[in-house]
Every structure is written in structure tokens, then in C-alpha cells.
Ligand binder design. Structure first.
Ligand code: AMP
Length: 285
């Protein structure tokens, strides 16, 4: 496995792979790697790509400096996991390499209107501008590629897809299923920050989604049901919503069909998200 740290070497590596006739599979991460990240490496490998993974904790997508400071780092695990799952090139750029002017903001920001402004975007102002800006830069350096993202961050994929479409970027975005722990908890680097009690409470997110995924109800009945499950477990609910999976417009009670349920909450000081498919029934009364 190659390890690179500069934009120049990384751009050159990706170009050489394409020149040799290979397709490049980009897997952007923030490190503290787990089986969810590994599933993206595996998918890229399965499609025959040369796998280029990046590890960069992007400060511009953290509104809260304490959240950024607390973000877990597990460099030895990261290296081993990347090697074991066939990553060909691991890119770990320094902050000065990615954002030389940080903490001053860059003059250019990529901002995706609409989708970025609801749910995660409403609760974390500027978050998706930080995500879109860094992902645009990762795409610009890597060049034509397939890029793998997890459904765990469902709204993030929608933002990235919109950006790719609007700017005609030479990138095929591939969404991959959520990897869960044995008990249903969606794997997340932030799970490392949970106490045993908090981890138990955190299970209410996947439980709430599972419950509404199994039933047919109108949208606001689903919202209420999910909120109740999470609140009963002691979670401070940020949102529990049912939306159109492409536009992220909230689902009205007179609508029926396939939608996405998304939840977010704070558990023991840690903010967690999860989501899953639902089928809503139109309200009849
Ligand atoms: P992160 O390091 O948290 O920025 O995540 C990097 C990529 O891994 C993103 O595309 C995430 O959606 C994806 N990812 C994180 N957790 C999971 C999971 N449990 N299952 C599938 N993909 C995940």
C-alpha cells in the first residue's frame, strides 16, 4: 500500500493509474476507520477499481471546535484496516496541504442550496458547505473516478450528487448500504466516544427507524413514533423526519409511497445520526 501526503503526489498517482488503463475508486474518510469504511473499500475493490482512500479530518465541516477536538483518532487501526481491505493508496494530507489559509476561510466555498439547508444542515449551519468544499477539492485533485459514500450519511450523498450534477464533475457517485453493529447500532467513528449507558440509549435511533420501517402509517405518525422511542430512551432529539429521498422535501400526510426516515440526536454529549427506508400510507381521516 502506497502512502502519500501531498496533493501533487496524489494527483500524479491517480493520473498514472488512469494512464495505465485502471479505474480509480476514491473513498473519502475522516479516519477512526471501522467496518463501515471497510465496506466502501470492499465495494470499490469488487468493482475493479484501484482504491484510493483519503483520511482527512476536515475542520471546515465542524461548526463546534470542541466537537473537532474530540473527534477520535486511531492511526494504527486505520493503517491495518486499509491494508487488510486492499486499499492501494492511502492519502493523509496535512491541514496545511488542504487548507493552507486555515483558520481563515477560503475565498471560494461550494454551497449546494436546498438540500444543505434542512435536517443536518439546519442543525449544523455551514456543515454541508464544509463538506461540499472539501469533497469538491478531493474530486479536483483525484480527477475522473468513482467515489464511494455510505448511506449512513444519506443527506451528504444527496448533497454530493447534486454538486456533481450541477458542476458536471467527472465522478460517478456510488452509495453503499449502512453497516450496523450486531444489535443494530449504525457503525460510526463517534461510537468510540459513547459510555456504556450512552451506547444503550443510542440504540433507540435504529430501533425507532426499524419500528416505522416495519409499519404503514402516514408521515407525521411516523415522526411522532420515532421521536417517542428516542425520547423514552433519554435521547435529546435533533430531528426525526420523513422526506423525499432525492429532494429532501418533507413528506405530507396525504402522500403515499417510498420515502426516507432520518433521525439525529444527542446522547451523552455525542451527536449521532441514522436513517432507513420507509413506505408511508396517505392519511385517510
Ligand atoms: P466519515 O469518516 O465518518 O466521514 O465517513 C466516511 C465515509 O464512510 C462516508 O461516506 C460515510 O457515509 C461512510 N460510513 C461511515 N459509517 C458508515 C457505516 N456504518 N456504514 C456505511 N458507510 C459508513
Amino acid at each position: 500500500m502506497q502512502r502519500l501526503h501531498t496533493i501533487a503526489a496524489w494527483r500524479d498517482y491517480a493520473q498514472r493509474q488512469r494512464d495505465a488503463g485502471h479505474s480509480v475508486g476514491l473513498v473519502p474518510t475522516m479516519g477512526a476507520l471501522h467496518a463501515g469504511h471497510a465496506s466502501l473499500f470492499d465495494e470499490a475493490k469488487a468493482r475493479g477499481d484501484v482504491v484510493l482512500a483519503t483520511i482527512f479530518v476536515n475542520p471546515r465541516q465542524f461548526g463546534d471546535i470542541a466537537d473537532l477536538r474530540a473527534y477520535p483518532h486511531t492511526p494504527e487501526v486505520d493503517l491495518r484496516l486499509a491494508q487488510e481491505h486492499g486499499v492501494d493508496c492511502l492519502v493523509e494530507p496535512a491541514l496545511e496541504e488542504m487548507w493552507p489559509e486555515y483558520p481563515r476561510p477560503t475565498a471560494t466555498t461550494v454551497s449546494v442550496r436546498g438540500i444543505s439547508e434542512v435536517l443536518e444542515g439546519a442543525g449544523r449551519p455551514g456543515h454541508f458547505d464544509g463538506v461540499a468544499s472539501v469533497v469538491a477539492k478531493l474530486f479536483a485533485v483525484t480527477g475522473p473516478c468513482r467515489a464511494y459514500f455510505g448511506d449512513k450519511d444519506f443527506q451528504q450523498i444527496a448533497v454530493v450528487r447534486q454538486m456533481v450534477a450541477d458542476l458536471a464533475l467527472p465522478v460517478e457517485v456510488v452509495g453503499c448500504p449502512i453497516v450496523r453493529d450486531y444489535d443494530g447500532l449504525a457503525l460510526s467513528s463517534r461510537n468510540l466516544l459513547l459510555t456504556e449507558t450512552a451506547r444503550h440509549q443510542a440504540l433507540s435511533l435504529s430501533r425507532a427507524l426499524h419500528q416505522v420501517g416495519e409499519t404503514r402509517r402516514y408521515a407525521s405518525a411516523m415522526r411522532r413514533a420515532m421521536r417517542a422511542v428516542m425520547e423514552d430512551a433519554g435521547v435529546r432529539v435533533a430531528y426525526a423526519d420523513v422526506v423525499d429521498p432525492v429532494t429532501f422535501m418533507p413528506t405530507r400526510d396525504d402522500e403515499g409511497g417510498a420515502r426516507r426516515a432520518l433521525v439525529a440526536g444527542v446522547v451523552g454529549g455525542v451527536r449521532l445520526i441514522d436513517n432507513g427506508p420507509v413506505v408511508v400510507e396517505p392519511r385517510r381521516d
